[in-house]
Design a binder for this molecule. Structure first.
Ligand code: UD1
Ligand code: UDP
Length: 389
């Protein structure tokens, strides 16, 4: 058996882990023993446990329970906890997803112990090192042995940073391999789409009419923690809801919910609370989220994952960031980068209202990224073991 240790911690990583865990269950259960370590970075029921239950992911074998803290303390707590488990279990590979502090901690702990790191979602770059995620991604990529990039842009970024497209096995931290494999989140969107239709009652519960609401998410620290940026976003929401008589449905990340009171002017906060067209709710489950995305008129978000899901479900989106790692979505005209500029957000909405957006070429793979990843891990493992004999 190949012994994997998968590290998850934040909501999107748990969702991404569902794809690999499904591939293992369906096709490779005799080959892999996958131990799941949850750092505890996200811990609310609707930010963590709900996804294990709903997406049929095995319960984590270990939960470090680090919780929320400053970057340094949170990451340090994770490194300490992960290192201890790695010393006990000595897995063949550590699997890491995305770009959160849990990713960084797993990368540092494993690489220092000489355990091969597999990075899923490698090569993505915003070229903005003010984002904590950009630092996490770069650090993780550069201590990884197998780097799986969802897009060609990601592969090109890695090549620019010195990774070779032509490395030969045996792969090591000093001779890593890069693979263009498609997006495990696309695997998930395809797989869970029909299930969302049959199981989610979110539209009826909130009286949302398909095609007649905007779905929005906000959680990026640069938006939530800066009063002027957060105010600009919510002023734009107010204006769009009023001018276009459309509902804006916002399942808000707990970070954002906590900061609304602190960072919005009291008058704006009161106006939003009184505006029945702006519906702020708790974070929703993944199946609910998929149904919301599939039936939205348009999506406004600063989330990496939600931007892509908008594209998977052929919905135009407005991205509340100055740049994105998912450049293909912008290049194909399916999303507009509005950052937090109120007039850009409003103009983008009006543009999409008057424009049929139907350019969604398949740039995120074919829905089989997780199977491809499993096959490459097996090849790498077998090659190393043959060499040893
Ligand atoms: C983290 C990731 C970000 C990712 C996001 C996905 C880092 C640096 N950031 O951001 O890349 O896009 O997860 O959602 O790793 N909180 C709760 N309950 C929870 C979790 C968080 O109330 O279950 C609140 C706490 O007040 C906490 C704040 O949210 O301080 C931020 O949580 P944290 O995990 O530090 O960062 P995210 O903003 O969630
Ligand atoms: N998501 C969810 N419920 C919500 C909001 C988001 O299930 O209330 C899902 C979303 O569909 C996507 C993932 O969470 O798959 C994105 O996570 P998030 O926006 O927290 O982080 P990011 O992708 O920006 O790192």
């Amino acid at each position: 058996m190949i012994r994997l240790l998968s590290v998850v911690g934040a909501r999107p990583q748990i969702i991404k882990a569902a794809a690999l865990s499904r591939a293992i269950r369906q096709h490779f259960s005799d080959t892999f023993n996958d131990c799941i370590l949850h750092t505890g970075q996200h811990y609310d029921q609707n930010m963590s446990q709900i996804f294990f239950d709903e997406l049929n992911i095995p319960q984590p074998d270990i939960n470090l329970g680090v919780g929320s803290d400053t970057h340094g303390r949170q990451t340090a707590g994770m490194i300490e906890g992960i290192e201890k488990i790695l010393l006990e279990l000595s897995p063949d590979f550590v699997i890491l997803y995305g770009d959160t502090n849990s990713t960084l901690a797993g990368a540092l702990a494993a690489a220092k112990l000489g355990i091969d790191v597999i990075h899923i979602e490698a090569g993505l770059r915003s070229f903005n090192k003010k984002m904590p995620e950009e630092i996490n991604r770069i650090a993780c990529d550069h201590v990884s042995t197998l780097l799986f990039s969802p897009t060609l842009t990601g592969i090109n970024n890695l090549v620019r940073e010195g990774f070779s497209r032509q490395s030969n096995p045996p792969y090591t931290i000093d001779n890593p391999a890069i693979f263009h494999c498609g997006d495990v989140m696309y695997d998930n969107s395809l797989y869970f789409s029909a299930l969302a239709e049959s199981r989610s009652g979110i539209l009826a519960m909130h009286k949302l009419v398909p095609g007649h609401y905007i779905l929005g998410t906000i959680h990026r620290d640069s938006n939530t923690d800066d009063p002027s940026r957060l105010t600009s976003i919510f002023e734009a929401f107010q204006a769009i809801a009023e001018m276009h008589k459309i509902t804006i449905f916002l399942p808000l990340h707990p970070r954002t919910k906590k900061l609304l009171k602190k960072n919005l002017p009291e008058s704006l906060l009161t106006a939003i609370q009184k505006n029945s067209a702006i519906k702020i709710v708790e974070p929703v489950s993944f199946l609910d989220m998929i149904l919301l995305e599939k039936n939205a008129r348009l999506i406004i978000t600063d989330s990496g994952g939600v931007q892509k899901e908008a594209y998977f479900f052929k919905k135009p989106s407005i991205v509340l960031r100055p740049q994105t790692e998912w450049t293909e979505i912008i290049e194909n005209g399916a999303a507009i980068l509005a950052d937090t500029d109120g007039s850009k957000i409003k103009n983008a909405f009006e543009y999409f209202e008057n424009q049929i957006t139907n350019n969604f070429p398949p740039v995120f793979g074919d829905g089989n990224a997780a199977n491809f990843i499993c096959e490459k891990i097996i090849e790498t493992y077998n090659y190393k073991n043959t060499q040893k004999k």
